[in-house]
Ligand binder design. Structure first.
Ligand code: SOE
Length: 387
């Protein structure tokens, strides 16, 4: 099908996530030729005009803005995509929705639940298309895990286990705050590994296994003071460097989650495992095209873990890429999210996770942080709608 309709994108933020999203917009029609909609990189917005211009040149955005309000006011923009630090998500998303723009937002939607609720209200009141970039759902092996679970192949689920381990903040001389380091400043980020990394694990977990009802957590901040990049002064570190929690899902299964930025040697080790009565599955971001699957109904003489290389054309998304055996990677999860967003707007359907779905993830993060602070079990108040 020839693409006929333009979706004019206004991107806010030119950091790492700005690059992943831009790549998604640029690649999508080459590989998803059935889509009738074509993203057009209309404008990139950032506080530094020089950096915005450099980014626009590299990624071929047509123009540059330095004030997101001016970007939202433009008649030639259909969708605002938010890739800025977490403390700026709410005002941009609310203003964009009120202006009738579609809104795409990098995860987590905001710093906490309180800040997220007015965003969801504004989006739903305006009735605009929206999505939040929890991209790992769209790794083909993870989407396959969802299919196997939904088909009932695991049977009753007993356990869900996930880790997200990194090591990039071990150096005590690493400053906090400001460009590229806002994730270390709770004022900008809201929290540390809980909102940045466990939010991914929680989104995938609830998508695969349903809502999380109760949590019990502990957090630790290993380096108590760091120089702040913006003030040049030593300031208290208020993010969680590590977080462990266990939980109960609405379906009665038990969950165990761990995240840290102090696991020397691990760069982005996101792993998950689900154990059911009939079968189990495992996935590892460092080997993202594989799904490990154990099926107890296999003939006992050959029963064991299947190592499924998710590259054949009947695997989720894989008919769009190369030939069997040739794998894809991290950046493709963002291409898939763009493809699903375009397909959803063409069909007039929501693109999951919506802002409302992402709010439920933020509720779990808040309950985790409260549990750690108060050393007590917390109910999450999650109302998971199954997607
Ligand atoms: C942090 O290092 C980070 O870039 C997260 O912000 C992303 O969401 C995660 O996918 C990879 O790690």
């Amino acid at each position: 099908m020839a693409t006929s309709k333009e979706l004019r994108i206004g991107l806010v933020g030119y950091g790492f996530m700005g690059r992943t999203h831009s790549n998604g917009y640029k690649r999508v029609n080459d590989f998803f030729p059935d889509l009738a909609t074509r993203p057009v990189l209309k404008a990139v917005c950032g506080r530094s005009e020089d950096k915005a211009k450099e980014f626009a040149g590299q990624w071929q955005y047509e123009s540059v803005e330095t004030d997101w309000k001016a970007l939202i006011a433009r008649d030639d923009i259909d969708a605002i995509d938010i890739c800025t630090p977490n403390d700026t998500h709410a005002p941009i998303a609310i203003a964009a929705a009120e202006a009738g723009k579609m809104v795409l937002c990098e995860k987590p939607i905001a710093r906490d639940t309180e800040e997220s609720i007015p965003m969801v209200d504004a989006i739903e009141k305006a009735g605009v298309a929206n999505t939040v970039w929890y991209n790992y759902r769209r790794a083909p092996a993870v989407t396959l895990a969802k299919k196997l679970i939904d088909e009932g192949r695991l049977g009753r689920i007993f356990h869900y286990r996930a880790n997200f381990l990194q090591d990039w903040t071990i150096d005590a001389n690493l400053p906090q705050g400001g460009a590229a380091l806002w994730r270390l400043d709770a004022k900008s980020a809201g929290s540390g590994v809980t909102g940045d990394l466990l939010a991914h694990c929680i989104d995938t977990a609830m998508w695969l296994n349903g809502g999380i009802d109760e949590v019990s957590a502990m957090t630790e901040t290993f380096i108590k003071e760091r120089e702040h990049q913006l003030t040049g002064k030593k300031e208290a570190v208020t993010i969680d460097d590590a977080c462990l929690f266990h939980c109960k899902f609405g379906n009665g299964s038990l969950g165990l989650f761990e995240s840290t930025r102090y696991a020397r040697g691990h760069k982005a080790l996101y792993t998950l495992e689900v154990n059911g009565e009939k079968a189990s599955l495992k996935w590892d971001l460092h080997d993202l095209h594989r799904l490990e699957f154990f099926d107890h109904s296999d003939d006992s003489l050959i029963r064991g873990w299947h190592d499924i290389h998710c590259t054949d054309g009947d695997m989720p998304y894989m008919d769009k890429w190369w030939v069997p055996g040739l794998q894809i990677g991290y950046e493709h999860t963002f291409v898939h999210q763009v493809a699903d967003f375009l397909a959803a707007i063409e069909a007039g359907e929501p693109c999951r996770p919506t802002f409302r779905d992402a709010l439920e993830t933020t509720k779990v993060c808040d309950a985790v942080l409260k549990s750690a602070a108060e050393k007590s079990w917390q109910t999450t108040g999650v109302d998971w709608q199954g997607s």
